[in-house]
Design a protein around this ligand. Structure first.
Ligand code: F0G
Length: 488
């Protein structure tokens, strides 16, 4: 169906700014709001690690938008047309057409998810001593570059790391720093420049087209290529349309093609961008394609499925086109904006302006009595779970492993990231979220820190176990009982 939402919002007569769902609920899945006693126990069983919790104990799962966005009826219908062939599947041809239409790229390498694309990019282009300048990093990308002997550098503009700002493009690359970096490092040691469209770890903040054009200019000057991480590109192009002058009357489709034309290679997590599963690398350069392609059968699967199920290829082909439909892509940013506005009214520190993916709460400020080596972001996520049954995740010191000497790598931010997967939750559920977060905020002094009891050296935030430094969770739960009585 054609998008009829041309400017991103529907105005209300009462003047309120309310995100309106541009879809109806057709199938539902029950979720559990378990009693607070069970919530305490569930946290303990999961070692206070959001990633180790079971969904049977979770009410609103706001851990991530990865693989959790709602699929459309057309996407589900497409999965029934999957042509299950090892090689030469008809479904792959549909995907080729979709990638060409959406990104304008002819050559594609399917992979099982985004990080598999990062693996192949790193294997192909990174060697010992390579440096990748980026607007902002992503964890798995950095890890793959590191495994190949290279390193990365964030060259974000000065507004980017600020918690509160009115700057519309906090994801912009700092152009002066980029040129300095290229000169200092030597272009021969820079395999490519990486731009992340809607910077995940920076609060889902977008970059502007103008910024990408400036990066392109430098890339041309020093004969470098640009690799675009398009995992959250839908929201980035939506923000360009909403916030960048000259783009208000352009279609999302033309904005994405313009962006894509500025980059040699695009890769993405289809778990995010197309509300499906899988991942992709695509390009128009036969030379680049040939360099990368042999890694696909080696690490992923044959060239026409790349480790994905063919059903996922079908839903990706449809989902990509829906990503450039304003009715679809406006949903998460509008929900995030709504929540951010409400939290600001309540005085709860949150990253502004609202971005893609979810809302990001400043745990360092809310729990200023919890030292950073006691992981305020995860402590806040634990408190939020106790109060709501909702799962969020940490983005801060806990997410980064200790250095070779065993010393904590203290980060400059401690965030609780609360993902808002596309078209999954209703506004009343978001109100519940705001309400319970407000309660935690009022009771923040009761919240204490966490420490590791099992700490793996790699990706501790995925699999490590923690415990509270005191009996603060019980005290918080007791206060909850006092305030909410019989309400679960
Ligand atoms: N790039 C970005 C910007 C991402 O956000 C992710 C995943 C990846 C690459 C890797 O893709 O998961 O398909 O292997 N982000 C998820 C998240 C994990 O929760 O934000 P993947």
């Amino acid at each position: 169906m054609e998008s009829n939402l041309k400017n991103g919002t529907v105005k209300f007569f009462n003047g309120k700014k309310i995100p309106l769902e541009m879809h109806k609920v057709k199938m539902v899945q029950a979720i559990n709001l378990v009693p607070i006693e069970r919530r305490l126990k569930a946290l303990e069983e999961a070692g206070y690690n959001s990633h180790l919790m079971q969904t049977r104990d979770i009410f609103m799962d706001m851990l991530t938008d990865s693989g959790t966005n709602a699929m459309s009826d057309n996407q589900v219908a497409a999965t029934f047309q999957a042509d299950e062939a090892y090689a030469g599947s008809e479904s792959f041809i549909k995907l080729q057409k979709s990638i060409l239409e959406v990104f304008g790229k002819k050559l594609l390498l399917p992979v099982h998810q985004g990080r598999a694309g990062e693996h192949i990019l790193a294997k192909t282009f990174v060697k010992a001593g390579s440096l990748i300048p980026m607007n902002y990093h992503f964890l798995t990308f950095n890890a793959h570059v590191g495994l190949c002997g290279g390193s990365t550098i964030n060259l974000i503009n000065p507004e980017g790391p600020k918690f509160t700002s009115t700057y519309p493009f906090k994801g912009n690359m700092d152009i002066h720093q980029l040129e300095e970096c290229i000169i200092k490092t030597g272009p021969e040691n820079i395999p490519f420049i990486r731009m992340e469209a809607s910077t995940n770890f920076l609060g889902g903040q977008p970059f502007s087209m103008e910024n990408l054009k400036q990066v392109r200019k430098l890339a041309d000057k020093y004969r470098l290529m640009i690799v675009l991480d398009a995992s959250l590109v839908g929201e980035n192009i939506y923000f360009i349309k909403k916030r960048e002058s000259g783009y208000e009357n352009k279609t999302l489709s033309s904005i994405l093609i313009e962006m894509s034309d500025l980059c040699e290679i695009i890769y993405f997590s289809a778990r995010k961008v197309s509300s499906s599963r899988g991942g992709m690398i695509c390009t128009n350069s036969t030379e680049l394609y040939d360099k990368m392609k042999n890694f696909v059968p080696l690490y992923e699967g044959f060239l026409t499925y790349g480790g994905m199920s063919i059903r996922d290829i079908e839903s990706m082909a449809v989902g990509l086109k829906e990503t450039i439909d304003e009715n679809v892509i406006s949903q998460t940013p509008q929900f995030v904006e709504y929540v951010v506005d409400e939290l600001v009214k309540l005085g709860i520190p949150v990253i502004t302006p609202g971005g893609a993916l979810g809302f990001h709460v400043n745990a360092m400020e809310i729990l200023d009595h919890v030292p950073q080596n006691q992981y305020p972001g995860q402590a806040l996520a634990a408190a939020f779970y106790i109060a709501s049954g909702n799962r969020a995740m940490e983005s801060g010191t806990m997410m980064y492993d200790r250095d070779e000497k065993g010393v904590e790598t203290i980060q400059d931010h401690e965030i609780m990231r609360v993902a808002v997967p596309r078209r999954v939750f209703t506004l009343s559920q978001m109100e519940y979220c705001i309400d319970r977060l407000n309660w935690v905020y009022h009771n923040r002094k009761l919240v204490g820190g966490l420490h590791f009891v099992e700490e793996p050296p790699l990706f501790r935030f995925f699999t490590g176990k923690l415990a509270p430094v005191s009996d603060w969770p019980q005290k918080l739960a007791a206060k909850y009982k006092e305030d909410f009585g019989n309400s679960i």
